[in-house]
Design a binder for this molecule. Structure first.
Ligand SMILES: Cc1cc2nc3c(=O)[nH]c(=O)nc-3n(C[C@H](O)[C@H](O)[C@H](O)COP(=O)(O)OP(=O)(O)OC[C@H]3O[C@@H](n4cnc5c(N)ncnc54)[C@H](O)[C@@H]3O)c2cc1C
Ligand code: FES
Length: 241
C-alpha cells in the first residue's frame, strides 16, 4: 500500500541516529515489517524497519549512512510518502520466555516485538550490542516496557565488553527462543549458536515487493529467497549465511 503520511517529529537520538514519528495508517502493520520511504530527489525508496506501531501511525529509527538517510534527517514536519508495511514480521508466538538480540540499527524492529510479547505475558530478555556507548539507543525505552535489558559493547564503554553472544554467556541468559536483527556477522554467529527462533536480514532493495529479484539470498538447498517478500524475517537455519 502506498500512502501519504505526516511527519509529526524527526529528532536526533544519538550522534547519527534519528527517530521519526509519522501519522499514517498502521492498522495492518506487524513487528519486524518495514516500509519503503520516499526520499525527495531520489528514485529508489529507502527500506526502514517499523520500530513502533502507535495508535495513529508508525515510528522509524534510522541511522544516517549516505545521501538518502541524510535527506531523511533533514525532513521537517509535513508530508512523507510510504510504501508498506512490507515483508514478513517477527511472529508473536505463545512462549514463556524469549530473547531479543539486536545490534546497532538492528535494534529498532525489536521494540515493537518486545512490546507485543510483553503484552501477552511473555518474559522478555533484550540483549543489545553496540560498537561504543555513544551509539547505544533505546535502552530506557525497552526497560520502560518491562523487559530485562543487557547491553554489550565492542570497546567495553557500556555493559559487557564483546558481542551480544558474549553478553548472553556472561549473564547466563538461556537462548531458548531468539528473535534477532543486526549486522550479518552477528546474525551468522547467532545462527551458528542457537537453533530456535528467527533472524531479520538486510539486503539492497529496489522494488521492495518481490518483483525485481534484486534482494535474493539462498536457502540451505540453494533455492532463491527474496528478502523483501519472503523475509526480511526468516527462521533460524533457513538462509545460507
Ligand atoms: C528490511 C530493511 C530494514 C531496514 N531497517 C533499517 C532501520 O530500521 N534503520 C536503519 O537505520 N536502517 C535500516 N535499514 C538500512 C537502510 O535501508 C539503509 O541504511 C539505507 O537504505 C541507506 O540509504 P542511503 O541513501 O543513506 O545510503 P547509500 O549507501 O547512499 O544508499 C545507496 C543505495 O543503497 C541502498 N542501501 C544502502 N545501504 C543499505 C542497507 N544496509 N540495506 C538496504 N539498502 C541499502 C539504499 O537504499 C540506496 O538505494 C534497513 C534495510 C532493510 C533492507
Ligand atoms: S527488492 Fe525487488 S524483489 Fe526484493
Amino acid at each position: 500500500m502506498v500512502q501519504d503520511g505526516i511527519i509529526l517529529s524527526n529528532v536526533l537520538l544519538t550522534e547519527d541516529t534519528y527517530r521519526m514519528e509519522i501519522a499514517c495508517d498502521s492498522s495492518h502493520a506487524k513487528p519486524g515489517q518495514f516500509v519503503q520511504v520516499e526520499v525527495p530527489g531520489y528514485f529508489l525508496r529507502r527500506p526502514i524497519s517499523i520500530c513502533e506501531i502507535t495508535s495513529h501511525g508508525l515510528v522509524l529509527v534510522y541511522k544516517v549512512v549516505g545521501q538518502g538517510t541524510q535527506k531523511m534527517a533533514e525532513m521537517k514536519e509535513g508530508n512523507i510518502n510510504l510504501f508498506g508495511p512490507l515483508g514478513t514480521g517477527f511472529p508473536v508466538e505463545a512462549k514463556e520466555h524469549v530473547v531479543l538480540m539486536g545490534g546497532g540499527v538492528g535494534v529498532p524492529p525489536l521494540y515493537e516485538t518486545a512490546k507485543q510479547y510483553l503484552h501477552q505475558g511473555t518474559k522478555v530478555d533484550v540483549v543489545l550490542g553496540f560498537n561504543t556507548k555513544n551509539q547505544a539507543i533505546y535502552l530506557e525505552e525497552f526497560e520502560a516496557l518491562g523487559a530485562r535489558v543487557t547491553v554489550a559493547s565492542m570497546d567495553g564503554s557500556i555493559g559487557v565488553k564483546g558481542t551480544v553472544i558474549d553478553a548472553m554467556q556472561e549473564k547466563e541468559i538461556p537462548g531458548d527462543f531468539i528473535l534477532a536483527c543486526g549486522p550479518l556477522p552477528m546474525l551468522k554467529a547467532i545462527q551458528n549458536t542457537y537453533t530456535k527462533g528467527y533472524i531479520s536480514l538486510e539486503a539492497r532493495m529496489a522494488c521492495g515487493m518481490g518483483a525485481c529479484m534484486g534482494c535474493v539470498v539462498k536457502d540451505q538447498e540453494g533455492h532463491s529467497l527474496r528478502v523483501c517478500k519472503d523475509g526480511p524475517v526468516f527462521e533460524i537455519g533457513k538462509v545460507a549465511l
